[in-house]
Unconditional design. Structure first.
Length: 321
Protein backbone atom coordinates (compact mmCIF):
# COMPACT_ATOMS: atom_id res chain seq x y z
CA UNK A 1 0.00 0.00 0.00
CA UNK A 2 2.16 2.83 -1.20
CA UNK A 3 -0.34 5.20 -2.76
CA UNK A 4 -1.81 7.87 -0.57
CA UNK A 5 -5.34 8.23 -1.83
CA UNK A 6 -6.14 10.75 0.91
CA UNK A 7 -4.36 11.78 4.05
CA UNK A 8 -5.52 14.58 6.31
CA UNK A 9 -3.71 15.47 9.52
CA UNK A 10 -5.27 17.57 12.26
CA UNK A 11 -7.36 19.28 9.65
CA UNK A 12 -9.41 22.18 11.02
CA UNK A 13 -11.73 24.69 9.44
CA UNK A 14 -13.40 27.29 11.61
CA UNK A 15 -16.11 29.54 10.21
CA UNK A 16 -17.15 32.66 12.06
CA UNK A 17 -20.61 33.89 11.28
CA UNK A 18 -22.17 37.13 12.48
CA UNK A 19 -20.64 40.44 13.55
CA UNK A 20 -17.77 41.34 15.82
CA UNK A 21 -19.81 41.30 18.99
CA UNK A 22 -22.35 38.58 18.45
CA UNK A 23 -20.78 35.88 16.41
CA UNK A 24 -20.96 32.15 16.28
CA UNK A 25 -18.02 29.93 15.66
CA UNK A 26 -18.49 26.75 13.72
CA UNK A 27 -15.77 24.11 13.68
CA UNK A 28 -16.80 22.68 10.35
CA UNK A 29 -13.72 20.43 10.42
CA UNK A 30 -12.38 19.60 13.85
CA UNK A 31 -9.11 17.66 13.89
CA UNK A 32 -9.98 15.45 10.98
CA UNK A 33 -7.42 12.63 10.54
CA UNK A 34 -8.38 10.50 7.60
CA UNK A 35 -5.92 8.21 5.84
CA UNK A 36 -6.72 5.95 2.93
CA UNK A 37 -3.83 4.08 1.33
CA UNK A 38 -4.35 1.82 -1.66
CA UNK A 39 -2.52 0.72 -4.76
CA UNK A 40 -5.80 -0.05 -6.46
CA UNK A 41 -8.38 2.62 -7.25
CA UNK A 42 -10.94 2.92 -4.45
CA UNK A 43 -14.24 4.59 -3.80
CA UNK A 44 -14.29 6.30 -0.43
CA UNK A 45 -17.68 7.47 0.75
CA UNK A 46 -18.13 10.35 3.14
CA UNK A 47 -21.51 10.20 4.81
CA UNK A 48 -23.28 12.14 7.53
CA UNK A 49 -26.19 14.47 8.05
CA UNK A 50 -26.29 17.90 6.54
CA UNK A 51 -23.87 20.20 8.39
CA UNK A 52 -21.35 17.51 9.28
CA UNK A 53 -18.55 19.13 7.26
CA UNK A 54 -18.53 16.92 4.15
CA UNK A 55 -18.58 19.76 1.62
CA UNK A 56 -15.98 21.67 3.62
CA UNK A 57 -13.64 18.68 3.43
CA UNK A 58 -14.30 18.33 -0.31
CA UNK A 59 -13.55 22.02 -0.84
CA UNK A 60 -10.26 21.78 1.05
CA UNK A 61 -9.24 18.81 -1.09
CA UNK A 62 -10.20 20.67 -4.26
CA UNK A 63 -8.25 23.69 -2.99
CA UNK A 64 -11.35 25.86 -3.20
CA UNK A 65 -10.89 26.90 0.44
CA UNK A 66 -7.99 26.95 2.84
CA UNK A 67 -8.29 25.17 6.15
CA UNK A 68 -7.66 27.06 9.39
CA UNK A 69 -4.90 24.59 10.25
CA UNK A 70 -3.66 21.11 9.47
CA UNK A 71 -2.58 19.46 6.27
CA UNK A 72 -4.03 17.32 3.52
CA UNK A 73 -2.55 15.25 0.71
CA UNK A 74 -4.32 13.56 -2.20
CA UNK A 75 -2.30 11.35 -4.52
CA UNK A 76 1.02 13.02 -3.72
CA UNK A 77 -0.41 16.50 -4.08
CA UNK A 78 -0.18 18.63 -0.99
CA UNK A 79 -3.53 20.42 -1.03
CA UNK A 80 -3.30 22.11 2.35
CA UNK A 81 -0.64 22.76 4.95
CA UNK A 82 2.90 24.07 5.30
CA UNK A 83 4.86 24.11 2.06
CA UNK A 84 1.77 24.48 -0.11
CA UNK A 85 2.43 25.80 -3.60
CA UNK A 86 0.16 27.69 -5.99
CA UNK A 87 -2.38 25.55 -7.84
CA UNK A 88 -0.63 23.79 -10.71
CA UNK A 89 -1.73 22.10 -13.84
CA UNK A 90 -0.57 18.71 -12.47
CA UNK A 91 -2.94 19.13 -9.55
CA UNK A 92 -5.83 20.11 -11.82
CA UNK A 93 -5.35 17.04 -13.94
CA UNK A 94 -5.03 14.72 -10.92
CA UNK A 95 -8.01 15.90 -8.86
CA UNK A 96 -11.29 16.69 -10.58
CA UNK A 97 -14.67 17.70 -9.17
CA UNK A 98 -18.24 16.75 -9.91
CA UNK A 99 -20.77 18.99 -8.21
CA UNK A 100 -24.24 18.43 -6.86
CA UNK A 101 -26.13 20.54 -9.34
CA UNK A 102 -24.97 20.09 -12.93
CA UNK A 103 -27.02 23.10 -14.00
CA UNK A 104 -24.83 25.28 -11.78
CA UNK A 105 -21.64 23.66 -12.99
CA UNK A 106 -22.25 24.83 -16.58
CA UNK A 107 -23.14 28.34 -17.65
CA UNK A 108 -26.56 28.40 -19.28
CA UNK A 109 -25.24 30.75 -22.00
CA UNK A 110 -22.62 28.45 -23.47
CA UNK A 111 -22.89 25.12 -25.21
CA UNK A 112 -21.58 22.43 -22.91
CA UNK A 113 -19.03 21.11 -25.40
CA UNK A 114 -17.19 24.43 -25.05
CA UNK A 115 -16.32 23.30 -21.49
CA UNK A 116 -15.21 19.92 -22.69
CA UNK A 117 -12.86 21.52 -25.21
CA UNK A 118 -11.57 23.97 -22.62
CA UNK A 119 -10.80 21.10 -20.25
CA UNK A 120 -9.02 19.13 -22.99
CA UNK A 121 -6.93 22.13 -24.00
CA UNK A 122 -6.19 23.88 -20.71
CA UNK A 123 -6.06 21.05 -18.22
CA UNK A 124 -4.96 18.06 -20.23
CA UNK A 125 -3.08 20.29 -22.70
CA UNK A 126 -4.13 18.42 -25.80
CA UNK A 127 -4.09 19.90 -29.27
CA UNK A 128 -7.30 20.21 -31.26
CA UNK A 129 -7.46 16.73 -32.78
CA UNK A 130 -6.30 14.95 -29.66
CA UNK A 131 -8.82 16.98 -27.69
CA UNK A 132 -11.70 15.98 -29.98
CA UNK A 133 -10.74 12.32 -29.58
CA UNK A 134 -10.47 12.61 -25.81
CA UNK A 135 -13.89 14.26 -25.65
CA UNK A 136 -15.45 11.60 -27.85
CA UNK A 137 -13.96 8.86 -25.69
CA UNK A 138 -15.00 10.49 -22.41
CA UNK A 139 -18.55 10.98 -23.65
CA UNK A 140 -18.67 7.39 -24.87
CA UNK A 141 -17.65 6.12 -21.45
CA UNK A 142 -20.64 7.88 -19.91
CA UNK A 143 -22.95 6.56 -22.62
CA UNK A 144 -23.27 9.71 -24.71
CA UNK A 145 -22.47 10.47 -28.34
CA UNK A 146 -20.56 13.59 -29.28
CA UNK A 147 -23.12 14.32 -32.01
CA UNK A 148 -25.87 14.40 -29.39
CA UNK A 149 -23.99 16.86 -27.19
CA UNK A 150 -22.33 19.21 -29.66
CA UNK A 151 -23.77 22.74 -29.71
CA UNK A 152 -26.33 22.03 -27.00
CA UNK A 153 -26.96 24.27 -24.03
CA UNK A 154 -27.46 22.95 -20.47
CA UNK A 155 -31.24 23.46 -20.57
CA UNK A 156 -31.48 21.06 -23.50
CA UNK A 157 -30.45 18.19 -21.22
CA UNK A 158 -32.19 16.43 -18.37
CA UNK A 159 -30.45 16.59 -14.97
CA UNK A 160 -29.25 13.01 -15.35
CA UNK A 161 -27.84 13.61 -18.84
CA UNK A 162 -26.14 16.82 -17.82
CA UNK A 163 -24.57 15.09 -14.82
CA UNK A 164 -23.19 12.53 -17.26
CA UNK A 165 -21.67 15.37 -19.24
CA UNK A 166 -20.03 16.65 -16.03
CA UNK A 167 -18.68 13.18 -15.36
CA UNK A 168 -17.30 13.10 -18.91
CA UNK A 169 -15.71 16.51 -18.39
CA UNK A 170 -14.08 15.32 -15.18
CA UNK A 171 -12.69 12.28 -17.02
CA UNK A 172 -10.95 14.19 -19.81
CA UNK A 173 -7.87 15.07 -17.69
CA UNK A 174 -7.55 11.39 -16.65
CA UNK A 175 -7.62 12.23 -12.95
CA UNK A 176 -6.33 10.00 -10.16
CA UNK A 177 -9.36 10.91 -8.11
CA UNK A 178 -12.76 12.49 -8.68
CA UNK A 179 -14.33 14.38 -5.81
CA UNK A 180 -18.09 14.01 -6.21
CA UNK A 181 -20.13 16.05 -3.72
CA UNK A 182 -23.70 14.71 -3.59
CA UNK A 183 -23.59 13.98 -7.31
CA UNK A 184 -26.92 12.18 -7.45
CA UNK A 185 -29.04 14.11 -4.99
CA UNK A 186 -30.50 16.42 -7.66
CA UNK A 187 -31.12 13.60 -10.07
CA UNK A 188 -34.37 11.78 -10.49
CA UNK A 189 -34.39 8.80 -8.12
CA UNK A 190 -34.90 6.32 -10.95
CA UNK A 191 -31.68 7.47 -12.66
CA UNK A 192 -29.42 7.55 -9.61
CA UNK A 193 -28.25 3.99 -9.91
CA UNK A 194 -27.13 4.69 -13.50
CA UNK A 195 -24.75 7.39 -12.35
CA UNK A 196 -23.54 5.31 -9.43
CA UNK A 197 -22.90 2.33 -11.72
CA UNK A 198 -21.05 4.68 -14.00
CA UNK A 199 -18.64 5.47 -11.16
CA UNK A 200 -18.01 1.78 -10.67
CA UNK A 201 -17.24 1.25 -14.34
CA UNK A 202 -15.01 4.34 -14.45
CA UNK A 203 -13.09 3.04 -11.46
CA UNK A 204 -12.41 -0.19 -13.36
CA UNK A 205 -11.86 1.26 -16.83
CA UNK A 206 -9.79 4.32 -15.94
CA UNK A 207 -8.40 3.25 -12.54
CA UNK A 208 -9.86 6.42 -11.07
CA UNK A 209 -10.60 6.70 -7.37
CA UNK A 210 -13.58 8.59 -6.02
CA UNK A 211 -14.38 10.54 -2.91
CA UNK A 212 -18.14 10.04 -2.99
CA UNK A 213 -20.05 12.37 -0.70
CA UNK A 214 -23.60 11.38 -0.03
CA UNK A 215 -26.63 11.24 2.20
CA UNK A 216 -27.62 8.05 0.58
CA UNK A 217 -26.42 5.05 2.55
CA UNK A 218 -27.78 2.65 -0.03
CA UNK A 219 -25.58 3.92 -2.85
CA UNK A 220 -22.65 4.29 -0.45
CA UNK A 221 -23.02 0.65 0.57
CA UNK A 222 -23.31 -0.39 -3.04
CA UNK A 223 -20.23 1.29 -4.43
CA UNK A 224 -17.75 2.08 -1.68
CA UNK A 225 -14.62 0.33 -0.62
CA UNK A 226 -14.21 2.55 2.43
CA UNK A 227 -16.60 4.73 4.33
CA UNK A 228 -16.04 7.62 6.72
CA UNK A 229 -18.97 8.73 8.86
CA UNK A 230 -18.91 12.36 9.95
CA UNK A 231 -20.70 14.19 12.71
CA UNK A 232 -20.36 17.94 13.40
CA UNK A 233 -16.94 18.29 11.87
CA UNK A 234 -15.45 15.08 13.24
CA UNK A 235 -15.06 11.60 11.87
CA UNK A 236 -16.82 9.15 14.15
CA UNK A 237 -16.17 5.90 12.32
CA UNK A 238 -13.99 4.90 9.38
CA UNK A 239 -13.32 1.55 7.80
CA UNK A 240 -14.19 -0.92 5.08
CA UNK A 241 -17.64 0.01 3.84
CA UNK A 242 -19.23 -3.38 4.20
CA UNK A 243 -17.92 -3.91 7.70
CA UNK A 244 -19.00 -0.48 8.90
CA UNK A 245 -22.48 -0.64 7.38
CA UNK A 246 -23.18 -4.26 8.29
CA UNK A 247 -21.85 -4.01 11.80
CA UNK A 248 -21.61 -0.38 12.88
CA UNK A 249 -19.68 0.22 16.11
CA UNK A 250 -20.14 3.91 16.79
CA UNK A 251 -23.49 4.84 18.39
CA UNK A 252 -23.98 7.53 15.73
CA UNK A 253 -23.44 5.11 12.85
CA UNK A 254 -25.90 2.78 14.56
CA UNK A 255 -28.42 5.57 14.89
CA UNK A 256 -28.09 6.39 11.21
CA UNK A 257 -28.65 2.81 10.20
CA UNK A 258 -31.50 2.33 12.69
CA UNK A 259 -33.26 5.41 11.45
CA UNK A 260 -33.76 3.57 8.19
CA UNK A 261 -35.31 0.11 8.30
CA UNK A 262 -32.99 -1.20 5.61
CA UNK A 263 -29.86 0.16 4.03
CA UNK A 264 -32.09 0.93 1.09
CA UNK A 265 -33.56 4.26 1.97
CA UNK A 266 -31.99 7.60 2.18
CA UNK A 267 -32.24 9.45 5.43
CA UNK A 268 -33.93 12.80 5.55
CA UNK A 269 -31.79 15.73 4.67
CA UNK A 270 -31.97 18.19 7.52
CA UNK A 271 -32.35 21.49 5.75
CA UNK A 272 -33.59 23.37 8.78
CA UNK A 273 -31.25 25.78 10.51
CA UNK A 274 -29.53 24.30 13.51
CA UNK A 275 -30.71 25.47 16.88
CA UNK A 276 -28.31 27.20 19.27
CA UNK A 277 -27.71 24.01 21.16
CA UNK A 278 -26.74 22.26 18.00
CA UNK A 279 -24.34 24.97 16.86
CA UNK A 280 -22.72 24.61 20.29
CA UNK A 281 -22.02 20.99 19.49
CA UNK A 282 -19.50 22.11 16.87
CA UNK A 283 -17.39 23.62 19.67
CA UNK A 284 -17.75 20.79 22.19
CA UNK A 285 -14.37 19.86 23.60
CA UNK A 286 -15.30 16.26 24.27
CA UNK A 287 -17.43 14.03 22.06
CA UNK A 288 -19.74 16.05 19.82
CA UNK A 289 -22.34 13.32 19.81
CA UNK A 290 -22.61 13.01 23.60
CA UNK A 291 -25.94 14.83 23.95
CA UNK A 292 -27.61 12.38 21.62
CA UNK A 293 -25.68 9.33 22.72
CA UNK A 294 -27.18 6.47 24.74
CA UNK A 295 -23.73 5.42 26.01
CA UNK A 296 -22.51 8.85 27.13
CA UNK A 297 -20.66 9.14 30.45
CA UNK A 298 -18.85 11.91 32.25
CA UNK A 299 -15.61 11.40 30.31
CA UNK A 300 -17.40 12.16 27.02
CA UNK A 301 -18.03 15.75 28.05
CA UNK A 302 -14.38 16.70 28.46
CA UNK A 303 -12.30 14.23 26.51
CA UNK A 304 -12.45 13.85 22.75
CA UNK A 305 -12.61 10.14 22.03
CA UNK A 306 -9.46 9.02 20.19
CA UNK A 307 -9.57 6.73 17.18
CA UNK A 308 -9.81 3.24 18.61
CA UNK A 309 -8.49 0.74 16.12
CA UNK A 310 -10.42 -2.50 15.89
CA UNK A 311 -9.33 -5.94 14.74
CA UNK A 312 -10.76 -5.41 11.24
CA UNK A 313 -8.74 -2.21 10.81
CA UNK A 314 -11.58 0.23 11.31
CA UNK A 315 -11.32 3.29 13.51
CA UNK A 316 -14.09 4.10 15.95
CA UNK A 317 -14.01 7.40 17.80
CA UNK A 318 -15.85 6.40 20.94
CA UNK A 319 -14.85 5.81 24.57
CA UNK A 320 -17.32 2.94 24.88
CA UNK A 321 -17.63 1.27 21.49
N1 LIG B 1 -18.94 29.66 3.99
C1 LIG B 1 -19.43 29.34 5.20
N2 LIG B 1 -19.58 30.28 6.17
C2 LIG B 1 -20.04 29.95 7.38
N3 LIG B 1 -20.40 28.71 7.76
C3 LIG B 1 -20.28 27.74 6.86
C4 LIG B 1 -19.80 28.00 5.52
N4 LIG B 1 -19.79 26.81 4.82
C5 LIG B 1 -20.24 25.88 5.68
N5 LIG B 1 -20.54 26.43 6.90
C6 LIG B 1 -21.04 25.70 8.08
O1 LIG B 1 -20.14 24.65 8.35
C7 LIG B 1 -20.85 23.48 8.76
C8 LIG B 1 -20.50 22.34 7.82
O2 LIG B 1 -21.00 22.63 6.53
P1 LIG B 1 -20.78 21.70 5.26
O3 LIG B 1 -19.35 21.41 5.11
O4 LIG B 1 -21.48 22.35 4.12
O5 LIG B 1 -21.53 20.38 5.70
P2 LIG B 1 -22.24 19.21 4.82
O6 LIG B 1 -21.69 19.27 3.44
O7 LIG B 1 -21.91 17.96 5.55
O8 LIG B 1 -23.69 19.50 4.85
C9 LIG B 1 -22.31 23.85 8.72
O9 LIG B 1 -22.74 24.21 10.01
C10 LIG B 1 -22.36 25.04 7.79
O10 LIG B 1 -23.43 25.88 8.13
MG1 LIG C 1 -22.66 19.42 1.60
Amino acid sequence: MTNTVIRTEQLNKVYRIGGLIRHVQINALDDVNLTVMSDEPVIVSLVGESGSGKTTLAKVILRLIEPTSGSAVVYDHLVAGPGIKPVRQQFLSAVQPIFQNPFEAFSSYRPVDAYLRLTARRIRQLDRDEGENAIKEALASVGLKYEDVRGKYPNQFSGGELQRVSVARALIPRPDIIIADEPVSMIDASLRMNVVNLFLSIKEQYKTSFLYITHDLATAYYISDYIAVMYRGTIVEFGKARAVLRDPQHPYTRLLLDSIPEVKKKWEQKQIALSDIETKEYRFAGCKFRNRCPLAQEVCSHQRPPAVKQADGREVYCHFA
